[in-house]
Ligand binder design. Structure first.
Ligand SMILES: Nc1ncnc2c1ncn2[C@@H]1O[C@H](COP(=O)(O)OP(=O)(O)O)[C@@H](O)[C@H]1O
Ligand SMILES: [Mg+2]
Length: 251
């Protein structure tokens, strides 16, 4: 374990300095992170060596499932998408610790999860800084038995109750002020009972009510149309969207 200096209590957790950065550890996970190896919990090789790592089926290929002694976690290394990905891959410009992407997502998830909203509970975040650039990672609790909406739709149609439940979950998050920066069919998960969770809060923020909520829904609608293109029409048609909106407005 590489920890330099003492930990500092912050809202929802504690910050511990490392050799080249810091970790933000959620209060409820401090013991399990420290017992599991401190900063090495962010290293996939640490878990692979113990046979405790498996790849996630979805995403950009830098998320892994981890089985600790007590819990299941999702470990995600932040990577860029789009044009800058080729040049900077997984490095971001340093704008101060407050602005570290994984720290911001960790704090936002902690706040929403504490309100009982359907987002993963954060475990810990970490960054390492190299001059003007930094890399970062985030660990969240794995949502048991959950499958991305995109994968469910690829296999079978969804019931009206499921579409309704998605709408209700989104309304709750919007009412709490969450402007999700990437609301799409891969970032909504359902478990076997149909319980909805929303993941991937990177670049999300809390805002006063406004038109952004409609923007979130429009983005999701485009994503659903895209993932269902080429599938039987009833996987995502006007009726499905209406059922989702019914749940949203009933929420
Ligand atoms: N808390 C979680 N519980 C269960 N599965 C998760 C969780 N977080 C992520 N996943 C899985 O990992 C994939 C990638 O995670 P995500 O946070 O969306 O990262 P990215 O889109 O940047 O790759 C998701 O599509 C989902 O299948
Ligand atoms: Mg995602």
């Amino acid at each position: 374990m590489i920890v330099c200096g003492k930990s500092l209590a912050v809202e929802g957790g504690q910050v511990q300095r490392t050799v080249d950065g810091a970790m933000l550890i959620a209060a409820s996970s401090a013991a399990s992170v420290l017992e599991s190896g401190g900063e090495s919990v962010f290293d996939p090789n640490h878990w692979a060596a113990q046979g405790r790592l498996s790849a996630t089926a979805q995403g950009r290929g830098s998320a892994w499932f981890v089985k600790t002694e007590q819990e299941e976690w999702v470990l995600r290394h932040f990577r860029r998408g789009g044009m800058t990905a080729r040049l900077l891959t997984d490095r971001y410009f340093w704008l101060g610790e407050e602005r570290v992407r994984a720290f911001a997502e960790c704090r936002l998830s902690a706040r929403l999860h504490a309100q009982g909203l359907p987002v993963p509970a954060p475990v810990a975040a970490r960054y390492s800084r190299h001059g003007l650039l930094y890399r970062c990672d985030l660990i969240t609790r794995r949502i048991a038995g959950a499958t991305p909406l995109s994968a469910l739709l690829a296999a079978a149609p969804l019931s009206a109750a499921h579409w309704n439940g998605i709408g209700r979950a989104l309304e709750g998050l919007h009412r709490a002020g969450l402007d999700h920066a990437d609301l799409n069919a891969h970032n909504i998960l359902l478990d076997a009972a149909g319980t909805v969770s929303v993941i991937d809060l990177d670049r999300g923020r809390l805002r006063a009510p406004g038109r952004w909520a409609r923007g979130n829904l429009a983005r999701l609608q485009r994503s659903l149309a895209k993932v269902c293109a080429g599938l039987p029409a009833e996987r995502f048609d006007a009726a499905c969207w209406r059922q989702l909106l019914d749940g949203y407005t009933a929420g």
